[in-house]
Design a protein around this ligand. Structure first.
Ligand code: PLP
Length: 395
C-alpha cells in the first residue's frame, strides 16, 4: 500500500491535493483563469453532459481552488468541500443551501456577530425560524427542539469569551431529531479539534484566519460528506456564485504548509500569556480553554487536542482601563481580526460585538473590561513585556 494513505497531518498539509501540470512545477500552480477551452464542439457537449471530466467555468470549479479543497479534505477527514470567497459566504451558503421556509434552526447564542445576523435577521426573511440557546447547557438545546428543527449550528470555542460547547452531545441530539449539525471551527483551528469525528455533519472555516495566517486574503470553506455536497450545496454554489478566487486559493495552499508550526508556536506563546494573566491583580478573569481555571477545562481535555492561539481576559475598571491597557501596548496592534502572524488586540464590546444589546452582551459575559488577544508569531518574551507594561499602566 502507498505511504500516502497514512500520511500524518504535517505531511498532508504539504503534499495532499497537489496536481502538477505538464511542466512539473514544485510549488502549486496558480490557474488564474475564468474559463476553459474545449478541443471540439463534441468535447464541450460531453463536458456539459457530465460524460467527460474537466472544468467548465471557475465559478464552480478551478484547478487551484480544487487543490485547496482537496488538501482541506485530507486535513479534516472530510469527503468533499467547496471553497468560498469569505468565511461569511461559507456560513451563509451552508445554511441557505438547505433551509426551507417553515424550517427551524437552533444555534448557540455565542456566535461570531455576522453568523448571528444571518440566523436572526436574514433567514427569517425567508420563513426560517430560529431559537438561540446557551450553548454550554445541553438541556437548553434539548428544550429548543421542535418538530421542524432541521439545523443545529455552533461555534466552539466561542468568540470572544472562549467558552466551549460539547460537540458530540449536540451532534447526537441533532441526529436523534433528523437534523444536521454545522460547526464553525475557526477558533479551534483544524489542528486542535476534529468536529467530523465527533459527529458534526458540516464543518466551516473562515480561511481568512489561521489558514492564511499572515493577514492577506479573505476566504472560507465548507466541508462535508459527498452526498450532502452534491445534493444540497453544489447547485447553490454553482448558481449563486460565492466562489473563492484562484489567487486566494493558491495563497491558502501555501498557508496550509506552515499551519502546524505557526499554530503550535502561537499556542505556546498564548499559553504563557494565559498563565501570566491568570495571576494578575488587575485581571478579574482569564479564559483559556486548557487552563485549569477554565470552567470547562474537562470538556477542553476531551474534545480538543490543544489550547488556543487566543486569550480572553477581563481588566478591572471597565472600559476606561481596558482602553488604557490597549492604548499602552506597543508590539501588539489594535485590530478586530485574529489568527494573524501579528499579535492583535480587540475590545469586543465596542467593536466586534457592539451590535448586540447590552443585555445580550451581559448574557455572553462580554463586559466592558473584556479583551481578546490573538497571539501572533513574535517572540513570546516581547509580547510578555508589552502586556506587563500595559498592565502596569492601569495598576
Ligand atoms: C472571522 C470569522 C467568521 C467570518 O469570516 P470572514 O472570512 O471574515 O467572512 C466566521 N466565524 C468566525 C468564528 C470567525 O472568526
Amino acid at each position: 500500500m502507498s505511504l500516502k494513505n497514512n500520511w500524518r497531518t504535517a505531511t498532508r498539509l504539504v503534499h495532499s491535493g497537489t496536481t502538477r501540470s505538464q511542466f512539473g512545477e514544485t510549488s502549486e500552480a496558480l490557474y488564474l483563469t475564468q474559463g476553459y477551452i474545449y478541443d471540439s464542439a463534441e468535447a464541450a457537449e460531453a463536458r456539459f453532459k457530465g460524460e467527460e471530466e474537466g472544468y467548465i467555468y471557475s465559478r464552480y470549479g478551478n484547478p487551484t481552488v480544487s487543490m485547496f479543497e482537496q488538501r482541506m479534505c485530507a486535513l479534516e477527514g472530510a469527503q468533499d468541500a467547496r471553497a468560498m470567497a469569505s468565511g461569511m459566504a461559507a456560513v451563509t451558503a451552508a445554511i441557505a443551501c438547505q433551509a426551507k421556509a417553515g424550517d427551524h434552526i437552533i444555534a448557540a447564542k455565542a456566535l461570531f456577530g455576522s453568523c448571528r445576523w444571518v440566523i436572526e435577521k436574514l433567514m427569517p426573511q425567508y420563513g426560517v425560524e430560529f431559537t438561540l440557546v446557551d450553548g454550554k447547557d445541553i438541556n437548553a438545546w434539548k428544550r429548543a427542539v421542535q418538530s421542524n428543527t432541521t439545523i443545529f449550528f455552533l461555534e466552539s470555542p466561542t468568540n470572544p469569551t472562549l467558552e466551549l460547547v460539547d460537540i458530540k452531545a449536540v451532534a447526537d441530539l441533532a441526529h436523534e431529531n433528523d437534523a444536521v449539525l454545522i460547526v464553525d471551527n475557526v477558533f479551534a483551528t483544524p489542528m486542535y479539534q476534529r468536529p467530523i469525528e465527533m459527529g458534526a455533519d458540516i464543518v466551516i472555516y473562515s480561511t481568512t484566519k489561521h489558514i492564511d495566517g499572515q493577514g492577506r486574503c479573505l476566504g472560507g470553506i465548507i466541508l462535508g460528506n459527498e452526498e450532502w455536497i452534491k445534493e444540497k450545496l453544489h447547485e447553490y454554489y454553482r448558481h449563486t456564485g460565492p466562489c473563492m478566487s484562484p489567487f486566494n486559493a493558491w495563497n491558502f495552499l501555501k498557508g496550509l504548509e506552515t499551519l502546524p508550526i505557526r499554530v503550535a508556536h502561537q499556542t505556546a506563546s498564548a499559553g504563557k500569556l494565559a498563565d501570566f494573566l491568570a495571576t494578575q491583580k488587575s485581571v478579574n478573569r482569564m479564559l483559556y480553554p486548557t487552563h485549569p481555571s477554565h470552567p470547562q477545562a474537562d470538556l477542553a481535555q476531551r474534545q480538543m487536542s490543544g489550547g488556543s492561539t487566543l486569550v480572553a481576559f477581563e481588566i478591572c475598571g471597565g472600559k476606561t482601563n481596558a482602553f488604557k491597557f490597549i492604548n499602552t501596548l506597543e508590539t501588539i496592534q489594535i485590530s478586530n481580526n485574529l489568527g494573524d502572524a501579528k499579535s492583535l488586540i480587540t475590545h469586543p464590546a465596542t467593536t466586534t460585538h457592539k451590535n448586540l444589546s447590552s443585555k445580550d452582551r451581559e448574557e455572553l459575559n462580554i463586559s466592558d473590561g473584556m479583551i481578546r488577544l490573538s497571539v501572533g508569531l513574535e517572540d513570546a518574551d516581547d509580547l510578555m513585556a508589552d502586556v506587563k507594561k500595559a498592565l502596569d499602566s492601569i495598576s
